[in-house]
Write a protein that binds this ligand. Structure first.
Ligand SMILES: [Zn+2]
Length: 151
């Protein structure tokens, strides 16, 4: 998907969220959102802070915006434990059918696809709810961590 479309899509979600939560869609938040869409995905907060440097946006505003983007369904937040805990952010795309295996011990993330599960979810109808996309995360322990325990 083109970056411009991704941004337009994300902005639409931000406006919808702002409307239902009595939040003013501040101009500064739009700039942060635009920078977010242009970052290589997934990213960490420090990368966004660096990207926003020229715009003179405070770190507090960026963290606050990230929180809002997650709540608005624009970003997905995931915690990884690679030596130390790291919080990663990733844009949620309308077209991506998201399935991941996450190791609770080391934080390793593996994407997978399962047509049978996908079909089940896509065919499901929810009353008073229009599904746009979904994310399926299966937690467990990876082969490497399991073999370390056995040794
Ligand atoms: Zn592991």
């Amino acid at each position: 998907m083109k970056k411009e479309r991704i941004y337009a899509n994300a902005l639409g979600r931000l406006y919808r969220y702002a409307k239902t939560h009595n939040l003013r869609p501040a101009a500064i938040r739009k700039i942060v959102l635009e920078q977010t869409c242009y970052l290589h995905q997934p990213f960490v907060a420090e990368q966004l802070i660096e990207a926003c440097k020229q715009e003179r946006i405070s770190t507090a505003t960026i963290y606050n915006s990230l929180r809002i983007f997650v709540k608005a369904g624009i970003l997905r937040e995931s915690k990884r434990h690679l030596g130390q805990p790291v919080t990663e952010y990733e844009l949620i795309s309308d077209n991506v059918k998201h399935m991941q295996l996450i190791c609770k011990t080391c934080g390793r993330v593996t994407d997978f696809s399962d047509r049978a599960i996908g079909r089940l979810i896509e065919e499901r109808k929810y009353p008073n709810f229009n599904m746009q996309h979904y994310s399926l995360i299966v937690y467990g322990e990876c082969k490497i961590c399991r073999s370390k325990k056995i040794e």
